[in-house]
Design a protein around this ligand. Structure first.
Ligand code: ZN
Length: 169
């Protein structure tokens, strides 16, 4: 029996690295499986209670046989793949309630930091023109509400959601 999670978590296969980064930015705990066999991935997903995201039909079939939830994503863009996630969630009984945005690079939690604290870590023009900054508690990457914001908002729309937590990538 997979552990119960408060929120849906994903593991993306090696082909879906950019989708994994977007899902983290959208607030989903998403690990990225770079190497190793299909069977290990399915075992990892089962033991960590993660939903498998894959573009590999064989892997999706193996997961189904083993009773581990998996979504087969065949779209040719991350936007199309997020629409597929949205469509697949209902039939699989998977909630798409999002948490706070996570670091897109490592999945760490983001802490609000004062403008003065990001001096020298962001371009001066960015520091001047933005008020809200966030720092990854794990890898230290600094985020602000920049040009990625609109794109993320439209990607959230692909999941059927309009609201975005205060953040950018
Ligand atoms: Zn990070």
């Amino acid at each position: 029996m997979a552990p119960r999670r408060a929120r849906t978590a994903f593991v993306a296969d090696a082909m879906l690295g950019s989708l994994a980064r977007k899902l983290r930015a959208l607030g989903f705990d998403t690990s990225y499986y770079r190497s190793g066999g299909d069977a290990q991935l399915v075992d990892l997903a089962a033991s960590e209670g993660r939903v498998i995201l894959t573009s590999d039909r064989g892997l999706a079939t193996l997961a189904r046989v083993k009773g581990t939830p998996a979504m087969l994503l065949t779209g040719d863009s991350d936007g199309a793949r997020l629409s597929e996630v949205s469509a697949a969630a209902g039939p699989l009984g998977i909630s798409l309630a999002r948490g706070d945005p996570l670091c897109s690079l490592c999945g760490g939690e983001l802490d609000r930091v004062a403008k003065a604290e990001v001096s020298g870590q962001v371009p001066p023009a960015v520091q001047r023109s933005h008020r809200l900054f966030y720092r990854c508690s794990a890898c230290g990457k600094v985020y602000w509400r920049g040009s990625h914001w609109k794109k993320l908002r439209s990607l959230a729309g692909r999941l059927g959601q309009k609201q975005l937590a205060p953040y950018t990538g």
